[in-house]
Design a protein around this ligand. Structure first.
Ligand code: PHE
Length: 358
């Protein structure tokens, strides 16, 4: 029979020496397990006389408790140490500056469309869309541009092979066909805008074969030229951010509006420097007019009951003017350096809506 004190000292030394959780577990099995050292000693108690057995039994139990407690204490300490080591290794220094991340930029065309939509949206216009591949009838005929009309040549149309239900397929030369589609589909009163891509076979510093327009259309029972003027003057002033921007309506011609006008805004070009606002120069920015009664008839709307006005804005043109972009072709070169220079962070965008109601 082993001296319980020696056994205890020996086992506690083993606990002390265990360097890993696994080693500690091995010690536990070797000491307290079914075939462990203490159990083995317990089995020898039967050979002792009752007095000695009681004393020895108590002593062995005390050894057992002491060893179990030492193991538990050591295990808890090891788990703590492990957690500390992990926390230390995985520590995040929240004071470190963030890594520079390349942020996406909004293309000035997207930004401009969003601005136009925000301004006209506040006035109650609803966004509609139409197809970029159009039938001749929607792009021309219904807009009072008949087959032999010179305006067809002026539009430098891209014709596509094939015919639709309403004539030859074309890439729409303007967003005006959305007027027709909307009037055919929806009963007046109407107040819609249609932003989108348009196509003409033209290419120089101020023309690209693909460009963007925003169409506007208002149809109601008592709409007159005063509404058209008020709406477009407000629009120009809000978009360019100049409260008293001079706006001029110059008589013009479009087959689908009568009378028609072109809208000019005031600007100055002193000393080679171009500035929007007051000055002795004018700059054309959009076309507009009262919807031609023939167009209303083509869409099944009675011109004796309804009138309206329409306008078409060139998105690239007003973007170039507002943001000082000299060459229209750069919009489509996908040059990241250009985009970083002229682009807008997405966060800028809500501010333009705020800008309308400071
Ligand atoms: N569709 C015309 C163009 O592309 C613009 C316009 C739209 C003019 C609506 C008047 C009314 O030039």
């Amino acid at each position: 029979m082993e001296n319980p004190e020696h056994l205890k000292a020996d086992l506690l030394a083993q606990v002390e020496a265990a360097a890993t959780l696994q080693a500690l577990e091995d010690v536990r099995v070797a000491a307290l397990g079914k075939k462990g050292a203490i159990t083995a000693q317990m089995k020898t108690l039967g050979g002792l006389d009752p007095e000695a057995r009681k004393a020895m039994g108590q002593a062995l139990n005390a050894v057992k408790d002491a060893v179990a407690e030492a193991i538990d204490t050591k295990k808890a300490a090891m788990a703590d140490a492990e957690l500390d080591a992990k926390l230390l290794a995985e520590r995040v220094d929240v004071t470190l500056p963030v890594r520079p991340e390349r942020e996406g930029q909004l293309h000035p065309i997207s930004r401009t469309i969003e601005e136009v939509v925000a301004i006209l949206g506040e006035m109650g216009f609803e966004v509609h869309e139409g197809p970029e591949i159009e039938d001749d009838w929607y792009n021309f005929t219904a807009l009072n541009i008949p087959e032999d009309h010179p305006a067809r040549q002026e539009h430098d149309t891209f014709y596509l092979p094939g015919h639709g239900a309403k004539g030859r397929k074309v890439l729409r030369t303007h967003t005006s066909p959305v007027q027709i589609r909307t009037m055919l589909k929806t009963k007046p009163p109407l107040r819609i805008i249609a932003p989108g891509r348009t196509y003409r076979c033209d290419y120089d510093a101020t023309h690209s074969p693909m460009f963007h327009q925003v169409e506007g259309l208002v149809i109601d029972k008592a709409v007159h030229m005063g509404h058209l003027k008020g709406c477009l003057i407000d629009f120009c002033r809000a978009y360019f951010g100049v409260d008293d921007l001079p706006v001029r309506f110059r008589p013009s011609y479009f087959p689908f509006t009568e009378p028609s006008a072109e809208v000019d805004i005031g600007c100055s070009r002193e000393g080679g420097e171009f500035k929007i606002g007051h000055g002795d120069s004018w700059l054309e920015i959009l076309g507009c007019g009262m919807v031609n009664p023939k167009v209303l008839e083509n869409c099944g709307i009675d011109p004796a009951e309804y009138q309206g006005f329409a306008f078409g804005v060139g998105v690239e043109r007003i973007a170039m003017l507002k943001y000082g972009i000299p060459d229209l072709r750069t919009f489509y070169e996908s040059d990241l350096r250009w985009l970083r220079h002229y682009g807008f962070s997405a966060l800028d965008v809500p501010s333009m809506v705020g800008g309308l109601n400071p």
